[in-house]
Design a protein around this ligand. Structure first.
Ligand code: NAD
Length: 403
Protein backbone atom coordinates (compact mmCIF):
# COMPACT_ATOMS: atom_id res chain seq x y z
CA UNK A 1 0.00 0.00 0.00
CA UNK A 2 1.33 3.41 -0.78
CA UNK A 3 0.47 6.58 1.09
CA UNK A 4 0.00 9.78 -0.80
CA UNK A 5 0.99 13.03 0.90
CA UNK A 6 -1.16 15.97 -0.01
CA UNK A 7 -0.16 19.51 0.77
CA UNK A 8 -2.63 20.83 3.29
CA UNK A 9 -3.41 24.47 3.73
CA UNK A 10 -3.67 24.62 7.51
CA UNK A 11 -6.31 26.87 8.94
CA UNK A 12 -5.63 28.00 12.48
CA UNK A 13 -8.31 29.16 14.88
CA UNK A 14 -7.23 31.94 17.22
CA UNK A 15 -5.71 30.50 20.42
CA UNK A 16 -5.14 33.53 22.62
CA UNK A 17 -3.72 33.21 26.13
CA UNK A 18 -6.18 34.65 28.69
CA UNK A 19 -5.02 37.82 30.41
CA UNK A 20 -7.96 38.44 32.74
CA UNK A 21 -6.00 37.13 35.75
CA UNK A 22 -3.12 39.58 35.26
CA UNK A 23 -3.18 42.36 37.83
CA UNK A 24 -0.69 45.06 36.94
CA UNK A 25 -0.46 48.13 39.14
CA UNK A 26 -1.29 51.44 37.50
CA UNK A 27 2.14 52.71 38.42
CA UNK A 28 5.45 51.14 39.51
CA UNK A 29 7.98 53.04 41.61
CA UNK A 30 11.60 52.13 42.25
CA UNK A 31 12.54 49.13 44.38
CA UNK A 32 15.20 50.45 46.72
CA UNK A 33 16.24 49.10 50.13
CA UNK A 34 13.39 46.59 50.12
CA UNK A 35 10.62 49.18 49.68
CA UNK A 36 8.93 50.96 46.77
CA UNK A 37 10.13 54.52 46.33
CA UNK A 38 8.43 57.28 44.35
CA UNK A 39 10.25 58.95 41.49
CA UNK A 40 9.93 62.49 40.19
CA UNK A 41 8.88 61.41 36.73
CA UNK A 42 7.03 58.45 35.23
CA UNK A 43 6.76 57.16 31.67
CA UNK A 44 4.22 54.66 30.33
CA UNK A 45 5.42 51.27 29.17
CA UNK A 46 3.66 50.31 25.94
CA UNK A 47 2.38 47.02 24.58
CA UNK A 48 4.16 46.95 21.17
CA UNK A 49 1.42 44.78 19.66
CA UNK A 50 -1.33 47.33 20.37
CA UNK A 51 0.52 50.56 21.23
CA UNK A 52 -1.58 50.72 24.41
CA UNK A 53 0.00 51.72 27.73
CA UNK A 54 0.31 48.95 30.31
CA UNK A 55 1.47 50.90 33.38
CA UNK A 56 3.32 54.03 34.42
CA UNK A 57 6.98 53.34 35.14
CA UNK A 58 9.29 55.41 37.36
CA UNK A 59 12.27 57.08 35.74
CA UNK A 60 15.19 56.97 38.17
CA UNK A 61 17.17 60.19 38.35
CA UNK A 62 20.62 60.73 39.85
CA UNK A 63 19.31 60.95 43.44
CA UNK A 64 17.47 57.64 42.97
CA UNK A 65 20.62 55.98 41.63
CA UNK A 66 22.45 57.39 44.66
CA UNK A 67 19.82 55.93 47.02
CA UNK A 68 19.91 52.52 45.32
CA UNK A 69 23.70 52.26 45.48
CA UNK A 70 23.66 53.39 49.13
CA UNK A 71 21.04 50.73 49.97
CA UNK A 72 23.11 48.04 48.24
CA UNK A 73 26.23 49.21 50.10
CA UNK A 74 24.46 49.16 53.45
CA UNK A 75 23.14 45.64 52.83
CA UNK A 76 26.51 44.27 51.75
CA UNK A 77 28.18 43.35 55.10
CA UNK A 78 25.08 41.61 56.44
CA UNK A 79 24.61 39.67 53.18
CA UNK A 80 28.26 38.63 53.11
CA UNK A 81 28.26 37.53 56.75
CA UNK A 82 25.36 35.22 56.08
CA UNK A 83 26.60 31.61 55.74
CA UNK A 84 26.77 30.71 52.05
CA UNK A 85 24.27 27.93 52.55
CA UNK A 86 21.72 30.45 53.86
CA UNK A 87 22.35 32.81 50.92
CA UNK A 88 21.73 29.88 48.61
CA UNK A 89 18.37 29.27 50.27
CA UNK A 90 17.20 32.77 49.36
CA UNK A 91 18.29 32.27 45.75
CA UNK A 92 16.48 28.94 45.74
CA UNK A 93 13.35 30.60 47.13
CA UNK A 94 13.38 33.18 44.30
CA UNK A 95 13.57 30.30 41.81
CA UNK A 96 10.55 28.60 43.37
CA UNK A 97 8.54 31.83 43.36
CA UNK A 98 9.36 32.40 39.67
CA UNK A 99 7.97 28.93 39.03
CA UNK A 100 4.86 29.69 41.06
CA UNK A 101 4.23 32.90 39.12
CA UNK A 102 5.42 31.47 35.79
CA UNK A 103 2.18 31.93 33.87
CA UNK A 104 1.81 35.55 34.96
CA UNK A 105 5.46 36.32 34.20
CA UNK A 106 5.21 34.78 30.72
CA UNK A 107 2.12 36.76 29.83
CA UNK A 108 3.53 40.03 31.13
CA UNK A 109 6.79 39.40 29.22
CA UNK A 110 4.80 38.97 26.00
CA UNK A 111 2.57 41.98 26.69
CA UNK A 112 5.49 44.29 27.43
CA UNK A 113 8.00 43.05 24.85
CA UNK A 114 5.97 41.60 21.95
CA UNK A 115 7.51 38.12 21.98
CA UNK A 116 5.30 35.08 21.23
CA UNK A 117 3.78 33.56 24.36
CA UNK A 118 5.11 30.16 23.30
CA UNK A 119 8.63 31.52 23.69
CA UNK A 120 8.15 33.41 26.95
CA UNK A 121 6.21 30.47 28.41
CA UNK A 122 8.57 27.70 27.24
CA UNK A 123 11.94 29.47 27.14
CA UNK A 124 12.32 32.79 28.99
CA UNK A 125 10.53 32.01 32.23
CA UNK A 126 11.60 28.37 32.77
CA UNK A 127 15.20 29.32 31.99
CA UNK A 128 15.05 32.27 34.41
CA UNK A 129 13.89 29.90 37.18
CA UNK A 130 16.55 27.38 36.15
CA UNK A 131 19.27 30.01 36.52
CA UNK A 132 18.23 30.83 40.08
CA UNK A 133 18.06 27.10 40.91
CA UNK A 134 21.48 26.48 39.40
CA UNK A 135 23.24 29.35 41.19
CA UNK A 136 21.48 28.52 44.47
CA UNK A 137 23.43 25.28 44.28
CA UNK A 138 26.73 27.11 43.76
CA UNK A 139 26.45 29.43 46.78
CA UNK A 140 28.16 27.07 49.24
CA UNK A 141 30.41 25.32 46.75
CA UNK A 142 32.45 28.22 45.38
CA UNK A 143 35.45 27.23 47.48
CA UNK A 144 35.59 23.87 45.72
CA UNK A 145 34.72 25.04 42.19
CA UNK A 146 38.04 26.52 41.07
CA UNK A 147 41.08 24.68 42.36
CA UNK A 148 43.74 27.02 43.75
CA UNK A 149 41.58 30.09 43.30
CA UNK A 150 39.48 31.92 45.79
CA UNK A 151 36.21 32.93 44.15
CA UNK A 152 34.53 35.69 46.10
CA UNK A 153 32.18 38.65 45.81
CA UNK A 154 33.10 41.94 44.13
CA UNK A 155 30.83 44.08 46.36
CA UNK A 156 28.07 46.31 44.98
CA UNK A 157 27.35 45.43 41.35
CA UNK A 158 25.52 47.60 38.81
CA UNK A 159 23.66 45.54 36.22
CA UNK A 160 22.17 46.92 33.02
CA UNK A 161 20.12 44.74 30.68
CA UNK A 162 18.47 45.09 27.25
CA UNK A 163 14.91 44.39 26.14
CA UNK A 164 15.15 41.19 24.13
CA UNK A 165 15.10 38.74 27.09
CA UNK A 166 14.16 41.01 30.00
CA UNK A 167 13.49 38.52 32.80
CA UNK A 168 16.04 36.00 31.62
CA UNK A 169 18.78 38.64 31.42
CA UNK A 170 17.89 39.83 34.93
CA UNK A 171 18.22 36.22 36.10
CA UNK A 172 21.58 35.78 34.31
CA UNK A 173 22.89 38.82 36.13
CA UNK A 174 21.26 38.58 39.57
CA UNK A 175 21.44 34.85 40.33
CA UNK A 176 25.25 34.44 40.17
CA UNK A 177 25.88 37.82 41.82
CA UNK A 178 23.65 36.94 44.79
CA UNK A 179 25.02 33.42 45.14
CA UNK A 180 28.55 34.85 45.37
CA UNK A 181 27.61 37.37 48.08
CA UNK A 182 27.29 40.58 46.07
CA UNK A 183 24.47 43.08 46.42
CA UNK A 184 22.99 44.53 43.22
CA UNK A 185 21.39 47.50 41.54
CA UNK A 186 19.65 46.28 38.38
CA UNK A 187 18.40 48.57 35.62
CA UNK A 188 16.00 46.98 33.13
CA UNK A 189 15.56 48.38 29.61
CA UNK A 190 13.14 51.27 29.22
CA UNK A 191 10.79 49.39 26.86
CA UNK A 192 10.51 46.22 28.97
CA UNK A 193 10.67 47.00 32.69
CA UNK A 194 7.65 45.02 33.89
CA UNK A 195 9.00 41.53 34.57
CA UNK A 196 12.00 42.99 36.42
CA UNK A 197 9.53 44.88 38.60
CA UNK A 198 7.58 41.67 39.21
CA UNK A 199 10.92 40.12 40.14
CA UNK A 200 11.28 42.90 42.73
CA UNK A 201 7.94 41.76 44.18
CA UNK A 202 9.29 38.22 44.21
CA UNK A 203 12.38 39.37 46.14
CA UNK A 204 9.99 40.86 48.70
CA UNK A 205 7.95 37.66 48.84
CA UNK A 206 11.16 35.68 49.30
CA UNK A 207 11.99 37.97 52.26
CA UNK A 208 15.35 38.70 50.74
CA UNK A 209 17.11 41.07 53.16
CA UNK A 210 16.42 44.72 52.31
CA UNK A 211 18.85 46.33 49.90
CA UNK A 212 20.38 43.09 48.58
CA UNK A 213 18.53 43.60 45.28
CA UNK A 214 17.51 47.08 44.13
CA UNK A 215 15.67 47.54 40.84
CA UNK A 216 15.56 50.96 39.27
CA UNK A 217 13.80 51.66 35.98
CA UNK A 218 14.84 54.38 33.56
CA UNK A 219 16.53 54.97 30.24
CA UNK A 220 20.12 55.40 29.07
CA UNK A 221 20.62 58.40 31.36
CA UNK A 222 19.81 56.23 34.40
CA UNK A 223 22.23 53.58 33.12
CA UNK A 224 24.93 56.19 32.53
CA UNK A 225 24.50 57.54 36.09
CA UNK A 226 24.79 54.02 37.50
CA UNK A 227 27.94 53.34 35.50
CA UNK A 228 29.53 56.56 36.71
CA UNK A 229 28.61 56.17 40.36
CA UNK A 230 31.80 55.90 42.46
CA UNK A 231 30.15 53.47 44.90
CA UNK A 232 29.92 50.67 42.32
CA UNK A 233 32.49 47.83 42.44
CA UNK A 234 31.50 46.15 39.22
CA UNK A 235 29.38 46.84 36.14
CA UNK A 236 27.78 44.01 34.18
CA UNK A 237 26.23 45.21 30.92
CA UNK A 238 24.43 43.49 28.06
CA UNK A 239 23.41 45.62 25.11
CA UNK A 240 24.68 47.40 22.04
CA UNK A 241 28.35 47.74 21.09
CA UNK A 242 27.99 51.52 20.96
CA UNK A 243 26.83 51.81 24.58
CA UNK A 244 29.38 49.17 25.61
CA UNK A 245 32.15 51.41 24.27
CA UNK A 246 30.76 54.37 26.21
CA UNK A 247 30.75 52.29 29.40
CA UNK A 248 34.30 51.11 28.76
CA UNK A 249 35.43 54.73 28.40
CA UNK A 250 33.52 55.81 31.52
CA UNK A 251 35.06 53.07 33.65
CA UNK A 252 38.62 53.32 32.25
CA UNK A 253 41.18 54.03 34.96
CA UNK A 254 38.79 53.14 37.76
CA UNK A 255 39.40 50.19 40.04
CA UNK A 256 36.20 48.49 38.98
CA UNK A 257 35.16 45.16 37.49
CA UNK A 258 33.53 45.22 34.06
CA UNK A 259 31.72 42.59 32.03
CA UNK A 260 30.43 43.59 28.60
CA UNK A 261 28.22 41.35 26.48
CA UNK A 262 27.63 43.26 23.26
CA UNK A 263 25.73 43.10 19.97
CA UNK A 264 26.49 40.44 17.38
CA UNK A 265 26.29 39.54 13.70
CA UNK A 266 26.47 35.77 13.63
CA UNK A 267 26.72 33.69 10.48
CA UNK A 268 25.16 30.39 9.53
CA UNK A 269 27.27 28.50 6.96
CA UNK A 270 25.83 25.73 4.79
CA UNK A 271 28.12 23.44 2.79
CA UNK A 272 26.91 21.19 -0.01
CA UNK A 273 27.11 18.02 2.09
CA UNK A 274 24.69 19.36 4.71
CA UNK A 275 21.29 17.78 5.31
CA UNK A 276 19.48 20.64 3.59
CA UNK A 277 16.01 20.27 5.14
CA UNK A 278 17.44 20.19 8.66
CA UNK A 279 19.72 23.12 7.82
CA UNK A 280 16.77 25.19 6.65
CA UNK A 281 14.87 24.42 9.87
CA UNK A 282 17.92 25.45 11.90
CA UNK A 283 18.26 28.69 9.93
CA UNK A 284 14.58 29.53 10.46
CA UNK A 285 14.85 28.88 14.20
CA UNK A 286 18.07 30.85 14.39
CA UNK A 287 16.87 34.00 12.67
CA UNK A 288 13.14 34.29 13.33
CA UNK A 289 13.13 33.26 17.00
CA UNK A 290 12.09 36.28 19.10
CA UNK A 291 11.58 38.32 15.87
CA UNK A 292 15.35 38.13 15.30
CA UNK A 293 15.91 40.19 18.46
CA UNK A 294 18.71 37.82 19.45
CA UNK A 295 22.38 38.74 19.73
CA UNK A 296 23.41 35.41 18.17
CA UNK A 297 20.70 35.43 15.46
CA UNK A 298 22.22 33.99 12.27
CA UNK A 299 21.33 37.05 10.23
CA UNK A 300 24.14 36.38 7.74
CA UNK A 301 23.62 33.20 5.79
CA UNK A 302 26.63 31.90 3.83
CA UNK A 303 25.74 29.22 1.26
CA UNK A 304 28.01 27.08 -0.86
CA UNK A 305 27.16 27.98 -4.47
CA UNK A 306 26.23 24.45 -5.52
CA UNK A 307 23.36 24.30 -3.01
CA UNK A 308 22.50 28.00 -2.75
CA UNK A 309 19.47 27.94 -5.02
CA UNK A 310 17.97 24.90 -3.31
CA UNK A 311 18.49 26.32 0.18
CA UNK A 312 17.06 29.72 -0.75
CA UNK A 313 13.95 28.20 -2.30
CA UNK A 314 13.33 25.87 0.65
CA UNK A 315 14.00 28.67 3.09
CA UNK A 316 11.61 30.99 1.28
CA UNK A 317 8.91 28.33 1.25
CA UNK A 318 9.42 27.68 4.99
CA UNK A 319 9.34 31.42 5.75
CA UNK A 320 5.93 31.59 4.07
CA UNK A 321 4.59 29.21 6.75
CA UNK A 322 5.62 31.42 9.66
CA UNK A 323 2.65 32.87 11.48
CA UNK A 324 3.13 36.56 12.24
CA UNK A 325 0.81 38.38 14.64
CA UNK A 326 -0.66 38.52 18.14
CA UNK A 327 2.13 37.60 20.59
CA UNK A 328 -0.46 36.15 22.97
CA UNK A 329 -1.74 33.68 20.39
CA UNK A 330 -0.22 30.25 21.07
CA UNK A 331 0.16 29.61 17.31
CA UNK A 332 2.20 32.74 16.66
CA UNK A 333 5.79 32.23 15.46
CA UNK A 334 6.82 35.86 14.98
CA UNK A 335 5.39 38.49 17.32
CA UNK A 336 5.63 42.28 17.46
CA UNK A 337 8.79 44.31 17.02
CA UNK A 338 9.78 45.54 20.47
CA UNK A 339 9.41 49.28 19.93
CA UNK A 340 8.79 51.97 17.32
CA UNK A 341 12.53 52.88 17.47
CA UNK A 342 13.59 49.30 16.79
CA UNK A 343 11.13 49.07 13.88
CA UNK A 344 12.65 52.23 12.43
CA UNK A 345 16.16 50.77 12.73
CA UNK A 346 15.11 47.58 10.93
CA UNK A 347 13.34 49.56 8.18
CA UNK A 348 16.37 51.81 7.68
CA UNK A 349 18.70 48.83 7.25
CA UNK A 350 16.30 47.03 4.91
CA UNK A 351 16.01 50.21 2.78
CA UNK A 352 19.80 50.40 2.69
CA UNK A 353 19.91 46.78 1.52
CA UNK A 354 17.63 47.58 -1.42
CA UNK A 355 19.47 50.79 -2.27
CA UNK A 356 22.80 48.96 -2.28
CA UNK A 357 21.47 46.48 -4.87
CA UNK A 358 20.47 43.38 -2.91
CA UNK A 359 17.28 41.56 -3.96
CA UNK A 360 14.54 41.67 -1.34
CA UNK A 361 11.71 39.21 -0.76
CA UNK A 362 9.24 39.83 2.03
CA UNK A 363 6.60 37.33 3.10
CA UNK A 364 3.10 38.61 2.30
CA UNK A 365 1.07 38.36 5.47
CA UNK A 366 -1.84 40.22 6.98
CA UNK A 367 -0.53 42.34 9.84
CA UNK A 368 -2.60 43.88 12.63
CA UNK A 369 -3.51 47.52 12.01
CA UNK A 370 -1.91 48.84 15.17
CA UNK A 371 1.40 47.93 16.74
CA UNK A 372 4.93 47.48 15.43
CA UNK A 373 5.38 44.71 12.88
CA UNK A 374 7.93 43.57 10.34
CA UNK A 375 7.25 40.53 8.12
CA UNK A 376 9.98 37.90 7.64
CA UNK A 377 12.35 39.13 4.93
CA UNK A 378 15.04 37.47 2.81
CA UNK A 379 17.81 39.23 0.89
CA UNK A 380 19.79 37.55 -1.88
CA UNK A 381 22.55 39.02 -4.11
CA UNK A 382 24.11 40.54 -1.01
CA UNK A 383 27.69 41.77 -1.29
CA UNK A 384 29.99 41.40 1.74
CA UNK A 385 30.37 45.19 1.90
CA UNK A 386 26.63 45.89 2.04
CA UNK A 387 25.36 47.30 5.33
CA UNK A 388 22.93 44.38 5.71
CA UNK A 389 25.93 42.04 5.56
CA UNK A 390 28.00 43.99 8.06
CA UNK A 391 25.64 45.61 10.56
CA UNK A 392 23.49 43.86 13.08
CA UNK A 393 19.82 44.05 11.98
CA UNK A 394 18.24 42.68 15.19
CA UNK A 395 15.00 41.90 13.38
CA UNK A 396 13.42 39.12 11.24
CA UNK A 397 15.70 39.65 8.25
CA UNK A 398 18.25 37.28 6.73
CA UNK A 399 20.98 38.23 4.23
CA UNK A 400 22.26 35.50 1.94
CA UNK A 401 25.77 35.41 0.47
CA UNK A 402 27.43 32.59 -1.47
CA UNK A 403 30.93 31.13 -1.55
P1 NAD B 1 21.29 49.50 24.27
O1 NAD B 1 22.74 49.32 24.46
O2 NAD B 1 20.77 50.72 23.65
O3 NAD B 1 20.53 49.37 25.68
C1 NAD B 1 20.81 48.31 26.59
C2 NAD B 1 20.62 48.84 28.00
O4 NAD B 1 21.59 49.88 28.24
C3 NAD B 1 19.26 49.48 28.28
O5 NAD B 1 18.88 49.15 29.59
C4 NAD B 1 19.54 50.97 28.15
O6 NAD B 1 18.67 51.78 28.89
C5 NAD B 1 20.95 51.05 28.71
N1 NAD B 1 21.74 52.19 28.26
C6 NAD B 1 21.57 52.95 27.14
N2 NAD B 1 22.53 53.91 27.07
C7 NAD B 1 23.30 53.75 28.17
C8 NAD B 1 24.47 54.42 28.64
N3 NAD B 1 25.01 55.42 27.98
N4 NAD B 1 25.04 53.97 29.77
C9 NAD B 1 24.52 52.93 30.45
N5 NAD B 1 23.42 52.27 30.06
C10 NAD B 1 22.82 52.66 28.92
O7 NAD B 1 20.86 48.21 23.49
P2 NAD B 1 19.43 47.85 22.96
O8 NAD B 1 19.20 48.39 21.61
O9 NAD B 1 18.45 48.16 24.01
O10 NAD B 1 19.61 46.24 22.88
C11 NAD B 1 19.95 45.60 21.74
C12 NAD B 1 21.44 45.30 21.68
O11 NAD B 1 21.80 44.42 22.74
C13 NAD B 1 21.79 44.59 20.41
O12 NAD B 1 22.92 45.16 19.83
C14 NAD B 1 22.10 43.17 20.87
O13 NAD B 1 22.99 42.46 20.06
C15 NAD B 1 22.63 43.39 22.22
N6 NAD B 1 22.53 42.17 23.00
C16 NAD B 1 23.65 41.42 23.11
C17 NAD B 1 23.59 40.22 23.79
C18 NAD B 1 24.79 39.34 23.93
O14 NAD B 1 24.67 38.34 24.61
N7 NAD B 1 25.92 39.63 23.33
C19 NAD B 1 22.39 39.82 24.35
C20 NAD B 1 21.27 40.62 24.19
C21 NAD B 1 21.37 41.81 23.50
Amino acid sequence: MTATRTALAWEYSPAPEATDHIRLRDRYGLFVGGVWRDAETYEPTINPATEEPLAEIAHAGKADVEAAVAAAREALPRWQRLPALERGKYVFRIARLIQERARELAIVESLDGGKPIRESRDVDVPLAAAHFFYYAGWADKLRYGLAGRDAGPMGVVGQIVPWNFPLLMAAWKLAPALACGNTAVLKPAETTPLTALLLAEICQEAELPDGVVNIISGDGATGAALVRHPGIDKIAFTGSTEVGKDIQAATAGRDIGLTLELGGKSANIVFDDAAIDQAVEGIVNGIFFNQGHVCCAGSRLLLQESVAEEVVEKLWRRMGLLRVGDPLDKNTDVGAINSAEQLERIEALVDAGEREGATRRTVACALPERGYWFPPTLFTDVAPVNRIAVEEIFGPVVSVMTF
